[in-house]
Write a protein that binds this ligand. Sequence first.
Ligand code: PLP
Length: 268
Amino acid sequence: MSGTPKTALTIAGSDSGGGAGIQADLRTFFACGVHGMTAITAVTVQNSLGVQGFTEIPPDVVTAQIRAVAEDMGVDAAKTGMLATAQIIEAVAETLDEVHIGRSFDVPFVVDPVAASMTGDPLLRDEALEAIRTQLFPRATLVTPNLDEVRLLTGVEVTDRESQRRAADALLALGPQWALVKGGHLYTDPECVDLLSDGVQHIELPGPRYDTKHTHGGGDTLASAITASLAQDLGVPDAVAEGKRFIERSVADAYPLGAGVGPVSPFW
Ligand code: PLP
């Protein structure tokens, strides 16, 4: 490539297995043609069988990473993944205001409200959900919860298209500009239909459901691909459509690795 690429920042946790978290975010940023930067919030110990534990990074070290890259290199779009604790979330929110990242500064900010791994292991301390609702959602350009996260954050149980729309409304009431309610975990639906809404537009994004259990890192990969498109000046509906194309190919080519759940694929 010639010239300076756009930049994207991920504020998230490390996955020692390389399938999700910071590792998924960085390779997605690379594949989508933006320069990736990181503020690491936690170090997880995990493999294909699950998360054995994690240690969080002190909040002042998380925010120092954000400040260091924002003040020198500039951030065209940012996303959050695993944030681990309420203290980290509060410190991140304050720092984003300081460096002018978020919907009110016209620098796109995607919140993927990671609560647990698909193996069911918690990645967020219980008291931190309220901090996600009150500190991050009002600053977000877009939030991208899966159905478990929707239930934890809003109490809405999504079972069909109608409840998916109610979930979008409940998420938007918490303050983000757009909500993407992902339908991938609605296993009764033969398709994966995601719903994107800003309260005015309700855009259904249908896609195929692939017959694979190897989807580790899928949520992170989708949110990162959307963030990369936002960094390259696409509007939210186009960025989400691009992200959906990216994750479909990544899931179609996902591979087994280890005895448990393998990662979505960056090789295509
Ligand atoms: N580990 C880290 C650090 C993550 O950020 C995530 C997801 O966001 C996971 C694990 C879980 O990924 P999955 O639910 O795809 O297994």
